[in-house]
Design a protein around this ligand. Structure first.
Ligand code: C2O
Ligand code: CU
Length: 666
């Protein structure tokens, strides 16, 4: 069973235990003497099952259970034990006819167990990992307050009740004063804990983590504004100049449907940017009328930091009427894309994206067919108002391909959710992932591929003399068909693709040497992804959190140039988080403790599914301040799941926190 399923099961058992304890309280309060013992026993049993589910989860990692082990279970265990000790004997006595009914003490204690169970689950949902002392104290105080209030309702002070006669008897008076004493102490505990907890929550939080490496050195500071791209192409290369004008436009899709888009140059996707290795790419971004402002971010391309397009960090967002020139040398070959990084959960979705493909300079061998005989298609997959566009087309795309032609399909997921890709009608290889070639990728067929948000796959094969179908999200109607000229077979005979097993890229291709030893990491950062209450851009929100916090209050990760850096990314939440670091590809080391055994896998986005733990490593060779975030763009930009990786000594004049609000391009 996956950790994700254990998380869900644990939530279900937690809910059951809450229900059982409250049911026990109610039956006891109503003096349902037959039912009450059974329900109480059920509550105890469910609580024991809960111990089991938490123990199972603990086996998957401390991150998954910390708040349960340190607070939830001990609180419930203590309250439950008291409840059994107080209510149990009473129930037995009643059953044997030796007493008339449960006392108030028993009822209150059983309800208190219910509050504890409830509080434990609430802490999991609102706080998660890491549990803070402040949260623990506030929770305990709330449970105490609940217990006191219940006592007040169930056993009001005797002088206010009809049976005030009891208060006249000496034992009655003693009982009442003891109850008052307990009430006052309980109240005092609750108030002190609440006060201390609230006070602690205002302590200033850390703003930097060092991942076990040394702190700031006395290096001379360099500004990201000075980390700009080279002014000239490599020998043999040319300068590729392009102007992209961002503007709103109504775009007519092939089906005739019109969409109101935000575009680069009036097109969705924006103009394809292509280069040959070593060329200098120079793109002048002009903003005509995107009021919010925008940037260009070169997704997966390790440009110098000043060209990275992260507003508020590497530049200001480009406001209407303004421009910004991006310049970098295309040294990396492969399939990439560009998109705005300003409020990108809106901008990218509305169309501010395009493709970037860099071809090798000496890639063409003598025995290779000329460009004319090759089929090379760049296929960004984008969802616009619920309609999937493949390379900007919303209809089924037909493309001629002569039998024997080498074919390369460059798939790019420009959405915030993963897409499932199936290639039917031919065996094929995944020659590159996120632009980087794999080592000895084997031939596969009848498999499904999961393309994470932001990710790219290059699929290659030799065109057969029959139709080949690219199926996205198991939709047999849409997609792309490659058809040999003259073929009239109509639709290919494609069967349902939804049952095809998913290919695991961690076991695909052959191992090869990597340029550093990931075991010798200089720094190690753990990012635990969850949901919880946190500040996002200065406002409290039910955020997508990293280590319990939201952007921009997640501590910066500090590295030094040359460091080998390891990330452990843990997903405690029930949603997938495609993790994306700017400026560096990361090498996948393991998933859920199982090492990657295939080709070295260098990616810029990896899908961390619910309950998963990924370990990756990279070498810090590109100085700057880099965004490090979830590429489910609403998670990052609205939810706050975004932080910075900062090289020692690099500063920014642009504010330092990734811009989310419009209009600071001045
Ligand atoms: Cu493709 Cu920070 O993004
Ligand atoms: Cu996410």
């Amino acid at each position: 069973m996956t950790t994700g399923l254990w998380i869900i099961l644990d939530h279900v058992v937690a809910l059951l235990s809450i229900a059982a304890w409250f049911a026990a309280g109610v039956t006891l309060a109503l003096r349902r003497i037959r039912l009450a013992p059974a329900v109480l026993v059920a509550a105890v049993l469910v609580t024991l099952v809960r111990v089991g589910t938490v123990a199972m989860l603990a086996g998957r990692g401390w991150w998954f259970v910390q708040e349960k082990v340190l607070l939830g279970l001990p609180m419930l265990g203590a309250a439950g034990a008291v409840a059994v000790l107080l209510a149990g004997p009473q129930l037995l006595a009643v059953r044997r006819g030796r007493a008339a009914g449960g006392s108030a003490r028993g009822v209150v204690s059983v309800f208190t167990a219910g509050y504890s169970a409830l509080a434990g689950l609430v802490v999991t949902f609102l706080v998660g990992y890491p549990l803070t002392l402040s949260a623990a104290l506030i929770t305990i105080s709330l449970v105490c307050a609940g217990a006191l209030l219940t006592a007040r309702v169930i056993a009001p002070p005797a002088e206010n009740t009809a049976d005030a006669g009891v208060a006249q008897a000496p034992e009655g008076r003693r009982a009442i004063s003891r109850r008052r004493f307990l009430g006052w102490t309980g109240g005092a505990v609750a108030v002190t804990a609440a006060g201390a907890g609230t006070g602690l929550s205002f302590l200033p939080a850390e703003s930097v983590t060092r991942g076990g490496g040394p702190g700031r050195s006395s290096r001379t500071a360099v500004s990201v504004a000075d980390l700009r791209g080279s002014g000239s192409p490599a020998p043999g290369g040319i300068v590729r100049r392009q102007v992209l004008t961002a503007k709103k436009a109504t775009v007519r899709l092939p089906s005739g449907r019109e969409i109101d888009a935000w575009t680069y140059d009036g097109e969705v996707p924006g103009p394809a940017i292509t280069a040959t290795q070593g060329d200098l790419v120079e793109v002048r971004l002009r903003n005509a009328d995107i009021e919010d402002g925008l940037t260009l971010h070169w997704h997966g391309y390790d440009v110098p930091c000043g060209e990275d397009g992260a507003p508020g960090v590497t530049q200001l967002a480009v406001a209407p009427g303004e421009e910004f020139v991006y310049r970098f040398r295309a040294d990396q070959v492969g399939t990439y894309w560009y998109h705005t990084h300003h409020a990108s959960h809106i901008g990218v979705r509305k169309g501010l994206y395009g493709t970037l493909v860099v071809e090798p300079r000496d890639g063409q061998r003598a025995d290779e067919p000329s460009a004319a005989e090759r089929v090379d298609l760049t296929l960004p997959v984008h969802t616009f108002d619920g309609v999937v566009l493949i390379a900007g087309r919303d209809d089924r795309t037909e493309h001629p391909a002569p039998p024997g032609a080498p074919v390369r399909l460059r798939l790019i997921n420009t959405d915030s959710d993963p897409h499932r890709i199936v290639l039917a009608g031919t065996p094929f290889r995944i020659s590159a992932v996120d632009g980087r070639d794999l080592n000895q990728p084997g031939e596969v067929s009848d498999v499904g591929l999961r393309l994470p948000a932001g990710g790219r796959f290059d699929l290659v094969f030799v065109m057969p003399d029959t139709v080949v179908a690219l199926v996205v999200d198991d939709d047999l109607v849409g997609g792309l068909r490659l058809r040999p000229p003259g073929d009239t077979s109509g639709a290919a005979r494609i069967e349902d693709t939804s049952d095809l097993p998913e290919l695991d890229l961690l076991r695909y291709g052959a191992p090869a040497a990597v340029p550093f030893d990931p075991r010798k990491a200089d720094r190690h950062f753990t990012m635990v992804l969850d949901r919880g209450v946190a500040m996002v851009d200065g406002r409290p929100a039910y955020a997508h959190t990293v280590n319990g916090r939201g952007h921009p209050s997640i501590p910066d990760q500090l590295v030094t140039e040359g460091d080998i850096v390891r990330f452990t990314v843990v997903n405690r939440s029930l949603e997938t988080h495609p993790w994306h670091l700017h400026g560096h590809p990361v090498l996948i080391l393991s998933r859920d403790g199982t090492p990657s055994t295939g080709s070295p896998l260098w990616v810029d986005t990896f899908d961390v599914r619910p309950g998963e733990t990924w370990k990756v490593a990279f070498r810090a060779t590109n100085p700057g301040i880099w965004m490090n975030h979830c590429h489910n763009l609403p998670h990052a930009h609205q939810g706050g799941m975004m932080l910075r990786l900062r090289y020692d000594g690099v500063t920014t004049p642009f504010g330092g926190s990734h811009g989310g609000s419009p209009g600071h391009g001045h």
